[in-house]
Ligand binder design. Structure first.
Ligand code: SAH
Ligand code: SF4
Length: 389
């Protein structure tokens, strides 16, 4: 089956208007303050906050007139002061394997990508935290782009909301509660380094976890970092989600090249921070991501060294076959190499799943984000130039 690309024609969304505050992305405290500033009596603020929060994040309502348990004049007050805005979906591609990739436009005309990966017993949404990335991991396509900016909390939580829109996952009033969630997990593994945008990522994830709204459990959220050591403990304390680390090498010499942030915080420093990750236990293991690069980091010696390094850390190793992108300086390790590596880790007592590349036909796999879009843009521009348009 060929992949399907389509432009999405949803209800046209209003552009943010001068003076109106977007409710999406405000923390509970910020929203409460904003409701009071808009004229909500302080005594009612707590109740109003709860009501509005539920409409926006539990029911997925975007229109104040639909907030039927609020008096008409209060709805008018809300409409006069607030909007409920999400980033705009520009296009949606669906892979032959069911993976969906959304190209999303944010303020300033920037674009990020969001990927939904359905599996038999769960569905994972991979969201972005920055446009591009300031780090320059040599195997990652996002790392070849210049950072444009951090995403706001609204733009981060908005990615979860727009995917729920597309999947039809908001509850329907009066209908029985769905047992299975389409988006059962969220991973911060899209574009950007989430720990370089800590506050916005934290606020957005707090909203996603809030029990009165989308209510995704904290253990259903995984934040992936390249190893920003000073923010690691804070991730556990202030967000409480699971942690994944882009490890990728077993010596500093190799990791310095693959993940250059290693020159700032080397393997020993990183491991020390991970050993101290608050709340670390067998049920809340750290995922070590390890991209398999042919002839670079994929020998048996590497696997044995990795086992030594992990000693004492409740860990699981996620082996990621390298996903190539145009001009990439590496090749994917052979299947035999990857399996031999996985067996050594497994025999040492660590889970070592090999990540199946998903959505490769739509360039949605790890590390490929944004490239297809950029190329499509370029070729469109080229076509226009050639046609003398
Ligand atoms: N910046 C964060 C999160 C985004 S990257 C981080 O680096 O952890 C999510 C994962 O995809 C990381 O483990 C990253 O190293 C990996 N990755 C990047 N490019 C890849 C590629 N071309 N093939 C396979 N995995 C890749
Ligand atoms: Fe940035 Fe992560 Fe890519 Fe490294 S792997 S360049 S940290 S997005």
């Amino acid at each position: 089956m060929a992949p399907i690309t389509q432009d999405v024609h949803t209800i046209p969304r209003k552009l943010p208007e001068g003076g109106l505050t977007n409710i999406v992305g405000l923390t509970r405290d910020q929203l409460r303050d904003a409701l009071i500033a808009a004229g909500t009596p302080e005594k009612q603020a707590k109740m109003r906050l709860g009501q509005v929060w539920q409409w926006v994040y539990h029911w997925g309502v975007r229109d104040f007139t639909a907030m039927t348990n609020l008096a008409k004049d209060y709805r008018a007050l809300l409409a006069a002061n607030f909007t409920i805005e999400l980033p705009q979906v520009v296009s949606r591609q669906i892979s032959a394997d069911g993976t969906r990739k959304y190209l999303v436009r944010i303020a300033g005309g920037h674009e990020v990508e969001v990927v939904y990966i359905p599996e038999t017993d769960r569905g994972t949404l991979c969201i972005s935290s920055q446009v591009g990335c300031t780090l320059t991991c040599s195997f990652c396509h996002t790392g070849t782009q210049k950072l444009v900016r951090n995403l706001t909390a609204a733009e981060i939580v908005g990615q979860v909301m727009l995917a729920r829109d597309d999947l039809g996952e908001w509850p329907v009033q009066g209908a029985p509660k769905e047992e299975v969630r389409l988006i059962s997990n969220v991973v911060l593994m899209g574009m950007g380094e989430p720990l370089y945008n800590f506050e916005n990522v934290r606020d957005a994830m707090k909203i996603v976890m809030d029990g009165e709204g989308i209510a995704l459990g904290r253990r259903r959220i995984t934040l992936s970092t390249s190893g920003v050591v000073p923010e690691i403990a804070r991730t556990a304390r202030e967000i409480g989600c699971l942690l994944a680390v882009s490890f990728h090498a077993t010596t500093d010499a190799v990791r310095d090249v693959l993940v250059p942030i290693n020159k700032r915080w080397n393997i020993a420093t990183l491991l020390e921070a991970l050993r101290e990750y608050p709340g670390l236990s067998n049920s809340e293991r750290i995922t070590f991501e390890y991209v398999m690069l042919d002839g670079v980091n994929d020998t048996k010696e590497d696997a044995y060294r990795l086992v030594e390094l992990l000693r004492g850390i409740p860990a699981k190793v996620n082996l990621i076959p390298f996903n190539e992108w145009p001009g990439a300086p590496y090749k994917r390790s052979s299947g035999n190499r990857i399996h031999a590596f996985a067996d050594i880790i497994h025999n040492a007592g660590y889970a070592s799943p090999i990540r199946t590349p998903r959505g490769e036909d739509i360039m949605a796999a790890c590390g490929q984000l944004k490239s297809a879009t950029e190329r499509a843009r370029k070729s469109k521009a080229q076509i226009a130039a050639e046609a003398g348009l």
